[in-house]
Structure formats: structure tokens, C-alpha cells
Design a protein around this ligand. Structure first.
Ligand SMILES: *Cc1c(COP(=O)(O)O)cnc(C)c1O
Length: 483
């Protein structure tokens, strides 16, 4: 077999692949949620050398079942609670397939006008669905753009903030003096990584204290640190506030932080990678408090809890000028009349790489399939199941609960009565390992004020009340057996 796959062959294998995916969706509970592959097992099962002659697609499908599936951890499994969900959905998978089918690379408006204009429309739609400030809409000075991840969104925000802070000097001449960023101990690690990449340096990422009870950033400490650093000759560039931290879904006081930023002229980036999409529900829209008039950039991941297959982050800016100022670059071969007319957007100037996938198709498919109503229902189900689990944990004397759980994440641990702290932590980790080895569920852990807690992140479309009930029963039984 060699030569290109004909449209007829594509039809035949394409049907097989779609059937394979539908079968997978039906059978997902029959797999152990956490892969049992040992390190190197998949690698060893794969031939060391590529084929000289084409092998045909049946062989690929056969190896998918034989070699790849045992090495898969099933993120769509109803018992997958370890990390924030990476929801897949039918409409998103099909939207992604259409994107692959078109094979468009949307670096410029001119390289596929629909790729750009659909993205402008769906990022506006999402801003409306989430009730985000009007400044983030494309009709004003700002706008939204799809990035591959919240990590890239943070890096892009930092580069835009740098550009605004020093008028483009760092981009042109390199960073000449000390620049500082402000995060909390709960901020996602991607901010430190972005600081390293941007040349600001990890040592200049200043860690603002959190309130030990809420784990939210202390705006008064932030204010003092910015003032100290500026007085010492540093250039404060950006503050990252988080709505829904990765460890415990803590929520920073965005309005108070925003006022501090406004006073000092520092860029406010809000990282709502996981929780931001919850604002599709009016009862959760309080998470947007303080964005309006304060946030220079805001990022959330439809690829976590909003049914849109990885990867799909949306970054909005209130003013696109510093973003485009930081990232626009124009070699001769990209010059074109549409760009020069100023009438079009070229999203390559809003991201790190030049090339870009047509990701708007899958987000468009998801929003149209579910409608605002369906999206709300999905988020509400996750919140309701988390509430239920939390109420069972609260009602059980053998367990202690972290009371803050506004979204789908619940953190708790057995009390391990009588055990000193260190041994209690070891017991909690032993419990987690036993549960994860069972094949029915997959949890993770975090550390809050020095104590290990289990994290149960609910939000897969397949997870029902019955699954959560069985999960809780399982946790109680295993904990009792270990106590
Ligand atoms: C998941 C998460 C990130 C990282 O998201 P990526 O899209 O994987 O880069 C950043 N911040 C928070 C708060 C997160 O929960």
C-alpha cells in the first residue's frame, strides 16, 4: 500500500473510526480509569523502525486496540476525578474533525477569512454567555482570541503587559532593569514558567501572601509589595489574580486587587482557566465581580469544563493595542493587501506562534449544539454532584472537609483519629494509591496549610449521581479498612 488515501478509502476508514469512537464512548466504564501500563511498556510494543512500505489503515486500528489502549488513562471515564476535567463531547470531536478535514492554517485573515471571522464571533459569543465586560468584545478596543492553553494565554498577557509598561523597550532592546510580576502561593505554575520564558526571571516573580483561611491573595500585601519594589527601582509589570485556583478553587478578590493595580498602573491578568466557564450560570456569575474596569486580560479554558475537546483556551484583552504591539512582526512574505487595509484581524499577532489551527469550529459546534441552556445544565450538574459529595463528607465524623467548594472540586481527608500529622498525611496518600489502583476511580491530592487532602474534581459528562455515590462509599470503605 502506498500513495494517497482516496476519498473512497477515506469514507470507508472514516466510518470505521467514527464507529470506533462511538463504541469507546459506550464502553468507557469497562476500562480501568488509570492506565496500568508500566514505564516503557507502550514503547517496547512499538516497532523500533518505521515501515518502508505503507501498511494500510486496518493495521493502525488493530494496533490502536492492542498497543495504545492499555496505555490510555481514560479522562472521559465517569470515575476520573484526579484533575480538572478535559471534557470531550460529540459536537466538539466533529468540529475538530471538520477542522482537520479543511486543513486550514489561519495565520492571517487572508489565509482563510472564515477561520478568523468565526473566531471573532465565537469569542464574542462566549463573552456574552459568561457575562464578561463589554470591553472584551471585538467591537470595542479589546477582543478575544483562542490560544492552545491557559499557559500560553498567561505568557501572551505578560508580553502585552511588558509592552505597555515600557513602551516596547524590552521587546526591542531586551529587559534592561528589574521587572516584577505578582502572584500568590496558589497561582498556577504556568505564571512562573511564563516569567522565565519572557526573560523576567523566576526570582522576580513576587509571591503575595494569602489569607490562610480562604487561600485568597491579600490585596493590602500586594499594594505594599508593589510600592516597595517600585521604590527600589523595579518596574512592576503584571499581577495575576486567580478565579478558581488549581489546588482548591480559591478565588482571589479581583475587585480589590484591581484597585491596587489601577493605582500603580500595573496590568491585571485574571486566570480563570477552570472556573471561568461556570459564569454561564447566572447564580455563579459573582465570579466575574471586579473584572469590569479592572481586568486587562482574562483567560478561561472551554477545554476543561465546557465540553470542548483539548485544546481551546480563550484569552480576552480589554485593549488589543499593547498585545498586537508586542507580538506583531511583518516579514515581506506575509505582506498582503487585506492586512494593510487595516480592515481585518490577523490573529498571528495575538499569539506566540505564526501558524494556527481552526479551533473556532469546535467551540462553535459546542455552543450551537448545547445552547446556553445545555451548557448551564452541564455546569450545574457538576456543581450539584460536588455539593452532594461535600454534604456526605461533612456528615461523616471520620472525615474533615474543606468547606470552600463553589464549583466541581471537593477537597477532604479522613481524620485518622489519633495519628500525628505526618503519619496522617502518609495514610491519606496510601488511601489514594489504593483507590487509584482499583480501576474504578482516579483521585489526586493537594496540600493545604501543610496537610494532605484528597481532591475529587467532578465534571465529566459521563459522571452521574450514582457514580459519585459509589465513589463515596468506596472511599469510606477503604479509609475504614486502613484506619
Ligand atoms: C489548568 C490550569 C491552568 C493551566 O491550563 P493549561 O490550559 O493546561 O495551560 C492554569 N491556571 C489554572 C488556574 C488552571 O486550573
Amino acid at each position: 500500500m502506498s500513495g494517497h488515501m482516496t476519498p473512497d478509502e477515506f469514507r470507508r476508514y472514516g466510518r470505521q473510526v467514527v464507529d470506533w469512537i462511538a463504541d469507546y464512548q459506550e464502553r468507557i466504564e469497562s476500562y480501568p480509569v488509570l492506565s496500568r501500563a508500566r514505564p516503557g511498556e507502550v514503547l517496547e510494543a512499538l516497532p523500533e523502525h518505521p515501515p518502508e512500505r505503507g501498511e494500510g489503515f486496518e493495521a493502525v486500528l488493530a494496533d490502536l486496540d492492542r498497543v495504545i489502549m492499555p496505555g490510555i488513562t481514560h479522562w472521559q471515564h465517569p470515575g476520573f476525578y484526579a484533575y480538572f476535567p478535559a471534557n470531550a463531547s460529540g459536537p466538539a470531536i466533529l468540529g475538530d474533525l471538520l477542522s482537520a478535514g479543511l486543513g486550514v492554517q489561519g495565520m492571517l485573515w487572508a489565509t482563510s477569512p472564515a477561520c478568523t471571522e468565526l473566531e471573532t464571533r465565537v469569542t464574542d459569543w462566549l463573552a456574552e454567555l459568561l457575562g464578561l465586560p463589554a470591553a472584551f468584545r471585538a467591537a470595542g478596543a479589546g477582543g478575544g482570541v483562542i490560544q492552545d492553553s491557559a499557559s500560553s494565554a498567561a505568557l501572551v498577557a505578560i508580553l502585552a503587559a511588558l509592552h505597555r509598561a515600557d513602551g516596547g523597550a524590552a521587546g526591542r532592546d531586551g529587559i534592561a532593569r528589574r521587572h516584577t510580576l505578582y502572584v500568590s502561593s496558589q497561582t498556577h505554575s504556568s505564571l512562573e514558567k511564563a516569567a522565565r520564558i519572557a526573560g523576567i526571571g523566576a526570582a522576580n516573580v513576587r509571591i503575595v501572601d494569602v489569607d490562610p483561611a480562604t487561600l485568597a491573595m491579600d490585596p493590602a500585601r500586594l499594594d505594599a509589595m508593589i510600592a516597595e519594589d517600585a521604590a527600589a527601582g523595579a518596574l512592576p509589570v503584571l499581577v495575576c489574580a486567580t478565579v478558581g485556583t488549581t489546588s482548591t478553587t480559591a478565588v482571589d478578590p479581583v475587585a480589590a486587587i484591581g484597585e491596587v493595580c489601577g493605582r500603580h498602573g500595573v496590568w491585571l491578568h485574571v486566570d480563570a482557566a477552570y472556573a471561568g466557564v461556570a459564569a454561564v450560570c447566572p447564580e455563579l456569575r459573582w465570579i466575574n465581580d471586579g473584572l469590569d474596569g479592572h481586568a486587562d486580560s482574562y483567560a478561561t479554558n472551554p477545554h476543561k469544563w465546557l465540553l470542548t475537546n483539548f485544546d481551546c483556551n480563550v484569552l480576552w484583552v480589554a485593549d488589543r493595542a499593547p498585545l498586537v504591539g508586542a507580538l506583531s512582526i511583518l516579514p515581506e512574505y506575509l505582506r498582503n493587501r487585506a492586512s494593510e487595509s487595516g480592515e481585518v484581524v490577523d490573529y498571528r499577532d495575538w499569539q506566540i506562534s505564526l501558524g494556527r489551527r481552526f479551533r473556532a469550529l469546535k467551540l462553535w459546534s459546542v455552543i450551537r449544539w448545547y445552547g446556553a441552556e445545555g451548557l448551564r445544565e452541564h455546569v450545574r450538574t457538576g456543581v450539584r454532584l460536588a455539593d452532594e459529595l461535600a454534604s456526605w463528607v461533612r456528615g461523616d465524623e471520620a472525615f474533615e472537609l474543606l468547606e470552600h467548594h463553589p464549583f466541581g472540586l471537593v477537597c477532604f481527608r479522613p481524620r485518622w483519629d489519633g495519628l500525628p500529622d505526618g503519619e496522617a498525611d502518609a495514610a491519606t496518600l496510601r488511601l489514594m494509591d489504593r483507590l487509584n489502583a482499583s480501576g474504578d476511580l482516579y483521585l489526586s491530592h493537594t496540600k493545604v496549610n501543610g496537610r494532605v487532602l484528597l481532591r475529587v474534581a467532578i465534571g465529566a459528562p459521563a459522571t452521574t449521581a450514582e457514580h459519585v455515590r459509589k465513589t463515596w462509599q468506596r472511599i469510606r470503605e477503604e479509609a475504614a479498612a486502613l484506619a
